[in-house]
Write a protein that binds this ligand. Structure first.
Ligand SMILES: [Zn+2]
Length: 291
């Protein structure tokens, strides 16, 4: 019988198996909890895989060495066109208050006027740093309702996190609105997500921003592309990227590994994983979040 060679390449010894950034406790700015409903009833099994309660989300965050996950309730977002925004926000207020490791996005829909008043109340709580908007699940074009949403965010000092990359939520359509509201921090979700396959939508929006107030989160399955994160850092700087996972829809630890193993400096990884979020959300470091 032939023996085959089993040799570890010497050059691999130069790369640590566990990158130093893996020690950095992360802040995940894009999470959810609850039950996922796609519009397609044949996807029941996949929908069950994408669902998870608050405790599940925190357990997955721990696997990804993540100390805080900012979540929005799936009840408020799906099924498409039928999210229960007000009920979802009420539920999230309770779940987040009872679950260490979670903060809350208040979900606002311009088609649900009560959600503005509700968000104004939630934003007074330390557990709620901003609003989540989703023009695709709530079915409205941002070009029609962006002005009102940003006026609200400016008035209440809220960070805005938005789904982005599809036709109702094109990153380019947010640029003029963000330019009119320099005091509002906007996070475009899903680096690389584009309805047309174009990976550059979010990056181009940051580049077109006049005041530097547009940021991007990394929660896109496009992160599977080996050079996407690195390219985005080269184009807009690590200061404009925030760690996001879309947990529990996606595996949080996979996104974490993507950053830890990126071809980036430790400082750049720290900015993405934690330091940008600490600065933007003015988070106080708890013992949970120390190195
Ligand atoms: Zn999401």
């Amino acid at each position: 019988m032939n023996m085959h060679r089993y040799v570890y390449p010497v050059s691999c010894n130069e790369i640590p198996a566990i990158p130093p950034s893996a020690q950095v406790p992360a802040i995940d700015v894009h999470g959810h909890y609850g039950i996922w409903h796609s519009s397609d009833s044949t996807r029941a099994l996949a929908d069950s895989f994408a669902s998870g309660d608050g405790r599940t989300v925190v357990a997955r965050a721990c696997q990804a060495h993540t100390c805080v996950t900012i979540v929005s309730p799936l009840l408020a977002l799906v099924p498409r066109g039928h999210g229960q925004v007000v009920a979802g926000n009420d539920e999230a207020r309770q779940v987040v208050a009872q679950t260490e490791g979670l903060l809350q996005w208040a979900v606002v829909s311009p088609l649900e006027p009560r959600s503005f008043e509700q968000a104004a109340e939630l934003l007074r709580l330390p557990q709620c740093p901003g609003i989540k908007i989703h023009p695709e699940e709530h079915q409205y074009p941002i070009t029609e309702h962006g002005q009102a949403l940003f006026e609200f965010a400016a008035e209440h000092g809220a960070i805005v996190s938005t789904h982005s990359g599809e036709q109702n939520s094109l990153p380019a359509d947010y640029v003029p609105i963000a330019n009119d509201f320099p005091e509002v921090t906007l996070i475009l979700a899903h680096l690389g997500c584009g309805w047309d396959g174009d990976l550059t939508h979010q990056v181009r929006a940051v580049q077109a921003s006049k005041h530097g107030n547009i940021f991007i989160d990394t929660s896109s399955e496009r992160s599977l592309y080996p050079k996407l994160i690195e390219w985005a850092v080269k184009e807009v700087g690590a200061e404009h990227l925030l760690y996001g996972t879309d947990t529990p829809l996606h595996c949080a630890a996979m996104y974490r590994a993507r950053i830890d193993h990126a071809d980036l400096s430790l400082t750049e990884k720290q900015l993405i994983l934690r330091d940008n979020a600490v600065r933007l959300f003015q988070l106080e470091r708890t013992t949970l979040c120390q190195d």
